[in-house]
Design a protein around this ligand. Sequence first.
Ligand code: CS2
Ligand code: MN
Length: 368
Amino acid sequence: MFLENKENGGITLEMTFRWYGDSDPVTLDKIRQIPGVAGIVSAIYDVPVGEVWTMERILTLKHQVEAQGLKCEVIESVPVHEDIKLGLASREEYIANYCTTIRNLGKAGFTTICYNFMPVFDWTRSKLDYKLADGSTALLYSRETVENMNPLTGELSLPGWDASYTKEDMKVLLEQYQNVNEEKLWENLQYFLERVIPVAEQAGVKMAIHPDDPPWSIFGLPRIIKNKSDLERLIQLVDSPNNGITLCSGSLGVNPENQVAALIRYFGKLGRIHFGHCRNIKITGKNCFEESSHRSDDGSLDMVDIMQAYHEIGFTGPIRPDHGRMIWGETGKPGYGLYDRALGAVYLNGIWETLEKTKGAMKNEVTV
Ligand code: CS2
Ligand code: MN
């Protein structure tokens, strides 16, 4: 998973970058030029949710990435079909398919699968091109805007989601969730994990749940991966090293009660962090935030403390910069442009290099 840094006996950070496949304007040949980025995190985007990812498709992806000299060992995400989250009888078939996909990914040499268990919506924002003072644009979450939308009466206009469902489909889906409260969602997650984790163990694949983003309920839908006690409950649902976490600093960190570095130290020492997402956010009010550059001074999170926590636990798994702003006139997939994420990767690598070298220097001082 990682390269020994022979010079100072430390560990090299496995910096990765998310790539959305052939339709991504941020191409692999650009990504490979970012200093210190060793691998790609990707997925197969055109297989309908719930269907099996075939060996052929998986290997095509892997070979395409490896041909550019980049590693390809992490999937983000294998999406979980809504019927599994809803606990419908049809989940059996979807879980069986999920298990086949895990086996296939393991066979192809993938080590980590990121997934989430958020009903209906993945990350949710109220604005995708909020103009910051420096003229760049960023994703924004305003509690007021989101609370004033009512998806059941069709008053839902969410950037990023408008095209995913018809208003009618959305209504039906949200009505189905009326019967699923948090406890029911936990039961459905347990049912899922009890079946997929043994398969992941055999396949040599680590499952890494992504926390809910934002980490609070929206539109009355249950959200259960929001804080330390939720993560603790998650890892105990099936007590296996293959049942772990994607520690996303920006998702958890918008709730100031979530002390991100402390969470990394805690779950890292238990060996349950399998993937790190490093993103900074600026909390602007209760349940209100904007996404910022990765730099500590620009947001509410102390990225040095966060990287130090990873360093302290001897983290050897993959890490990636998370959402970035749109800068220098770039257009593209909100949150996933090239430039700001590349700056993020280099910044995080710089912190890590300093941590490694300071550790070396401190050792020398002691021995002199
Ligand atoms: C988001 C999510 O924070 C993030 O990384 O962009 O889309 C995330 O990739 C998924 O929730 C993981 O399943
Ligand atoms: Mn994330």
